[in-house]
Design a protein around this ligand. Structure first.
Ligand code: GLN
Ligand code: ZN
Length: 764
């Protein structure tokens, strides 16, 4: 038996985002369900055929989803919260769980399930909502239908399922119930998995992929026990397909025995994230167990180093024999765009360094075909080596000045010149703000006119002068509205930005942009991450003109607004030929210059947003300190060059800092604004616990909903905040930017917010 080639999953959205368009057309009522389902089937058929033609031996199925794979699994096991049961149509019920339904006329208002980030990616999954008395009932409709579809095309696909432990660990209990740990439900859930496995076997399935990325976490004893129980129990199912336990996004490390002792047939490792797992696993794999080598990076867009990958394959083949080795992508290809061939405008050299899903499938096949050759031969290997050599040469010659400067960074550059107390006193004198100053997070509504003006300017239909005029008018209107609302610290509104990372990437050297490089973020939402391929430099100021213009319109301070280095790194595809910390430092230096230019131009408050700091945390805790150290250092490097009188703000879109609060403290921003209107108590207790030392603006207005919060609601929240933090260190602001909202509701909400602040000032 030769070495088998496979992937853990394929992107779903389609090369031209067909799924997005079909979903949105269906949701808006423009098309019937049949059209949506037909499009979905076309996408699946196309992807299966592509994978088969490329030569994959095992093709995944059930990796497709109309919205999300965790939501699919919730439906498959009957985990449907009671409030949705009255929706009879399964498709509408499914979308209601994902997006909620609101029909004020009919008195229907169902809030959707929560959504949260999938491990350390920018993909968001739907969090299954369970109850301690949950019963599970198998509904295999989707899995069986997709299986039958693939079988009708002559394939023998491998269904992909979130494994039972990962499923439960990523689920939560409904808010209104008492329950300790969703893992308690395992004994009730396992029979449904067993039933499903038997059913699949009955349908001719020979292999199933159980995704258990939680095996890459540090597990507490309860989770360890849950894994032991679940995997042995499923392996003991009488009539079942072979089980491939897939781990990814980190090292399986000390959890290895949970799989090797389970009786499952195969284990998948992420050898891109944890290359050193190969040798330890090869030494410990029980006789007969197969190993799937995740050596093609499913998280990034670079062409693989095929020679190096081949050497790993050879080590595995030498130890296990070809029949026990599989070649695969490190994780599902969900996290990369579909096909590089669709890029017609990328620089040819850069394009030659890259690989999207289609190219990665081909790399997997190549490695599998060459697995039994001592030295891989043939044009594809030679081309890959040549591309890599050219990429290395280009990197070496890229920007010596940037590298030199990065090499000269000292620790002192990441430290403000005085401690917070001293800075704060000087800033108070400079700004003379009232107690509980009011402000916003940065963006104001991006109306259709704003988006149109930007795209007409990009396409050349609007000249630069016309564009400048348009934007200046928008900024002027925005400043005027903020003044009328009575806000103390203003912003320019960010109308010139399509996206907070893209805007900076486009102005920095070292970034490139794709035309079709879409990656699913959640449901129908996609992002097109910039490609950070080279040394990062800032040829000219990026925001100074807009900021100084905005400041010229008001006597009140207008904050300069930048995206932080960690967030730019985290939301781009970044080079893999140097440590991420190094790349982050280069971005930080470019931002440091922007901060200096803003300060020089008279901007007295500068906000550097870092909403992605927490999402970059590695899965294993032992890797946290290193990550946090360089991430915090990068933020500080970008901000610490200013004088004591210049006020640095930062913003994060969450409030559960938990164990990383010391790192947030170390960022030493003068003012930190966070999201907190939903989880206020929790947040504030954290802050008290750790004695957060600088100024804080806990969001008191939930911007994720069009609801206008009342003055009373917000005064209550402010009073709560004032109980744990001295009022002198409190700011008043919404949870996040207002880009996606409408002006009427914002004016009402911000008006109430300002009134709430005034009310509390009177009371204190
Ligand atoms: N300044 C950005 C805005 O207001 C911050 C966005 C974010 O936190 N994700 O839109
Ligand atoms: Zn935010």
């Amino acid at each position: 038996m030769p070495v088998l080639a496979t992937v853990l999953g394929h992107p779903r959205i389609g090369i031209a985002r067909e799924l997005k368009k079909a979903l949105e057309a269906y949701w808006s009522g423009a098309t019937p369900a049949e059209s949506l389902l037909a499009t979905a089937q076309e996408i699946r058929t196309r992807h299966w055929s592509m994978m088969k033609q490329a030569g994959l031996d095992q093709i995944p199925c059930n990796d497709f989803s109309l919205y999300d794979h965790m939501l699919d699994m919730a439906v498959t096991v009957g985990g449907i919260p009671a409030r949705f049961e009255k929706i009879a149509n399964p498709l509408n019920r499914y979308f209601a769980m994902a997006r909620g339904v609101q029909d004020r006329g009919a008195g229907i208002d169902l809030s959707p399930l929560e959504m949260t980030k999938w491990f350390d990616t920018n993909y968001h999954y739907i969090v299954p909502e369970l109850r301690p008395d949950q019963t599970f009932v198998l509904d295999p409709t989707k899995i069986i239908a997709e299986l039958a579809e693939a079988q009708a095309l002559g394939m023998a696909p491998r269904p992909v399922l979130p494994g039972p432990v990962t499923f439960l660990k990523l689920s939560k209990y409904a808010e209104d119930v008492e329950g300790v740990d969703t893992l308690e439900l395992l004994p009730r859930l396992l029979p449904v998995y067993e039933e499903l496995l038997a059913l699949l076997a009955g349908h001719g399935v020979t292999s199933v992929q159980l995704d258990e990325p939680c095996l890459c976490f540090d597990l507490d004893p309860a989770s360890t026990q849950a894994y032991r129980t679940a995997l042995t129990r499923l392996a003991g199912t009488a009539k079942r397909p072979a089980l491939l336990v897939a781990t990814y996004f980190g090292s399986i490390g000390d959890n290895l025995a949970l799989v090797t002792e389970s009786g499952c047939e195969a284990l998948h490792l992420d050898l891109v994230r944890a290359p050193s797992d190969l040798d330890s696993v090869l030494a410990a794999l029980p006789a007969g167990m197969k190993l799937s080598l995740g050596i093609i990076d499913g998280r990034n867009i670079w062409r693989a180093d095929l020679e190096q990958a081949h050497r790993m394959v050879r080590r595995a083949v030498a130890t296990l024999g070809a029949e026990r080795v599989m070649i695969a992508t490190s994780c599902s290809l969900l996290h990369v765009p579909v096909d590089l061939d669709a890029e017609t405008r990328l620089d040819a050299e850069l394009k030659n360094w890259m690989a999207f899903a289609a190219q990665k499938v081909a790399e997997v096949c190549l490695l599998a075909d060459a697995a039994e050759q001592e030295e891989p031969q043939g044009a594809p290997f030679e081309q890959a080596s040549a591309a890599l050599a050219r990429r290395r040469a280009a990197a070496a010659a890229d920007n010596p000045a940037v590298r030199h400067r990065a090499g000269q960074v000292t620790e002192a550059m990441s430290r403000r010149s005085a401690p917070f107390a001293e800075r704060s006193a000087k800033q108070k004198r400079r700004f003379d703000l009232p107690l509980l100053p009011t402000t916003t997070i940065g963006s104001f509504p991006q109306s259709r006119e704003v988006r149109e003006a930007r795209s007409r300017w990009r396409s050349g239909a609007l000249d630069s002068e016309g564009y400048q005029d348009f934007m200046r008018t928008e900024i002027g209107r925005c400043i005027e509205k903020q003044e009328n609302l009575g806000l103390d610290v203003l912003v320019h509104g960010e109308f010139e930005r399509t996206d907070m990372v893209e805007y900076f990437g486009e102005q920095l050297d070292g970034f490139a942009f794709t035309q079709n490089g879409w990656v699913q973020s959640y449901g129908s939402r996609c992002v097109k991450p910039p490609v950070l391929y080279g040394d990062v430099a800032r040829p000219r100021p990026m925001t100074v003109e807009w900021s100084t213009f905005a400041q010229s319109l008001s006597k009140r301070p207008v904050k300069g607004m930048l995206t932080g280095p960690v967030t730019i790194l985290q939301w781009s595809f970044v080079r893999n030929d140097q440590p991420r910390s190094e790349t982050c430092r280069q971005i930080a230096l470019a931002l440091r210059d922007e901060v200096a230019d803003l300060e020089q131009a008279g901007i007295a408050m500068i906000q550097v947003d870092e909403p992605a700091i927490r999402e970059g945390l590695p899965l294993r805790r032992r890797d946290w300190p290193e990550y946090l150290a360089w991430a915090v250092a990068a933020f500080c490097l970008s901000t610490a060059g200013v004088s004591d009188e210049t006020q640095i703000h930062t913003h994060m879109c969450y409030s559960e800092f938990g164990d990383i609060l010391p790192s947030i403290v170390a960022m030493d921003a003068d003012v930190l604004s966070i999201e907190s209107s939903r989880s206020r108590m929790e947040l504030l207790s954290h802050f008290r616990l750790h004695g957060y030392p600088n100024d804080v603006g806990p969001g008191i207005y939930d911007i994720h909903s069009p609801r206008v919060p009342t003055v009373e609601e917000m005064t209550t929240l402010l009073e709560l905040a004032a109980e744990v933090l001295p009022a002198e260190r409190l700011w008043v602001n919404p949870d996040c930017g207002l880009k996606t909202r409408g002006w009427p509701e914002i004016e009402a909400s911000l008006g109430n917010m300002v009134q709430a602040a005034r009310e509390i000032r009177r009371r204190l």
